[in-house]
Design a protein around this ligand. Structure first.
Ligand code: FES
Ligand SMILES: [Fe+2]
Length: 443
């Protein structure tokens, strides 16, 4: 449970709020590169941390991220003409370059110097890994880009997409950091009938067997281990053969989760606040995947009765077909006989529970148990960072010497006798060393 005051601090992201100021200190996804695919293409609206912005790519391919409202009389620059190295307002023709400089003001006399005194607010951007990242904080506190591995990703391996969640960003984060719900929300009756393929033993179980383990032990033991970037936590389940099956998820301040995968992964999930009541779920490849088994998505879903929607190949935005308005297309007969949720789309099962809490959940009314340990730890870290920033402290997990974001990996395994889960997925894990040294890069 949180006090009303802490819930406000945790959830509000607008300019001037404690959390809004903290989030502005990190390079943050503003849109997908695919949304503005070529020079002089149409601009896109991108609301970020409660600010209405427009992103555009100029004639030279440079990206501009500017305030949507024209500084003249407020018309939306989304409707602007993107031409000859600048975005021109459709109302009176004022034109701005990617830095926000007014380069033309045809509605004033040619002799006027007024245009030299008008600026459009523009934020620094950096394109990496198929994402346009922006820095919305004070210019004097900008720190280098946090490279999760995207800087060296060859163009043909770039993969990024996003999907809209209609709720406060913290609710979505708390779902990503909650290993316990996979034993319920995402379950289906047929999991009990999955044949035992012999992988319930120390080592790496098959994805199919993992579903059995999730169903078998609904009350995992959670252990949270603090790190320089946030924490790693292990959800430890007892398998039918009484082994210790561990799923390790990473949390990197402020909005990154790397969800457990077998044997390990670096795949990013970022929850980016649009405003207090909406957020984007960004999902992207951060580096060449040398994981011999790869991301568990495809093989996992081929054996279970759930759908995964495909992103729009033109924009990179995965559409929402299961929404609050259609009750996430819940099928009560399916819920009674086939799946736990009755919702066919896997991610929409998550949307159903996180969005139904309301746009900004009132955490004074909750009752937290031991399975919420990782959720509580994230809140504690974020609240402390937001309050300390107001007192002049540096935010955690910024780019700095010794901070190698590309080495943050989640993992999954059935432990050997006496094995320490904290080693899994790190440079000291033999399976990581082997993959890095010997495996061919995967597509
Ligand atoms: S409102 Fe944009 S030029 Fe007048
Ligand atoms: Fe989930």
């Amino acid at each position: 449970m949180l006090s009303e005051e802490n819930n406000e601090i945790l959830t509000r992201v607008g300019p001037g709020t404690p959390m809004g100021e903290l989030l502005r200190r990190y390079w943050t996804p503003a849109c997908l590169s695919m949304e503005i695919p070529e020079p002089d293409c149409p601009p896109v609206r991108t609301r970020l941390l409660g600010e209405d912005l427009v992103a555009f790519r100029d004639t030279n391919g440079e990206v501009g991220l500017v305030v949507e409202a024209c500084p003249h009389r407020g018309a939306s620059l989304y409707f602007g003409r993107n031409e000859e190295r600048g975005l021109r307002c459709p109302y009176h023709g004022w034109k701005f370059d990617t830095e926000g400089t007014c380069v033309d003001m045809p509605s004033e006399p040619a002799t006027s110097t007024f245009k030299d005194r008008v600026r459009l607010t523009s934020y620094p951007v950096h394109e990496s890994g198929g994402i346009v990242w922006a820095y919305l904080g004070p210019a004097e506190t900008v720190t280098p880009f946090r490279d999760f591995g995207t800087e060296t990703l060859p163009p043909e391996r770039v993969y990024a997409r996003k999907q809209l969640a209609r709720c406060n960003w913290v609710q979505t984060m708390e779902g990503n950091l909650d290993s316990s719900h996979i034993s319920f929300l995402h379950q289906y009756n047929g999991a009990a009938d999955i044949p035992d393929d012999g992988s319930d033993k120390p080592g790496y179980p098959s994805n199919a067997m993992a579903w059995k383990f999730w169903q078998h032990d609904g009350a995992p033991r959670l252990e949270v281990h603090d790190t320089w970037y946030g924490y790693r936590y292990a959800a430890i389940r007892v398998t039918p053969n009484e082994n210790a099956y561990v799923r390790i998820t990473d949390y990197c301040v402020p909005y990154t989760t790397i969800v457990a995968s077998n044997p390990f992964t670096t795949r990013q999930l970022m929850v980016v606040p649009i405003d207090d009541e909406n957020c984007w779920r960004y999902n992207f490849t951060s580096q060449i995947d040398r994981n011999p088994n790869g991301y568990g998505g495809a093989p996992l879903f081929s054996s279970v009765p759930f759908d995964t929607p495909f992103m729009n190949p033109r924009s990179g935005i995965t559409p929402r077909e299961y929404t609050a308005e259609n009750d996430y297309r819940i099928d009560r007969e399916v819920q009674r006989t086939e799946t736990y949720s009755g919702v066919r789309d896997f991610v929409s099962q998550d949307f159903m529970v996180t969005e139904s809490m309301g746009p900004v959940y009132d955490r004074t009314r909750e009752h937290l148990g031991t399975s919420d340990r990782a959720v509580i730890r994230m809140r504690t870290i974020l609240l402390k960072a937001a309050k300390s920033l107001a007192d002049g402290a540096e935010p955690p997990a910024l780019a700095a010497p010794g901070h190698d974001f590309s080495k943050i990996r989640s993992a999954e395994k059935i432990l050997e006798n006496g094995e320490d889960w904290r080693v899994l997925g790190t440079d000291d894990d033999p399976v990581v060393q082997e993959a890095m040294l010997t495996a061919e890069p995967r597509d």
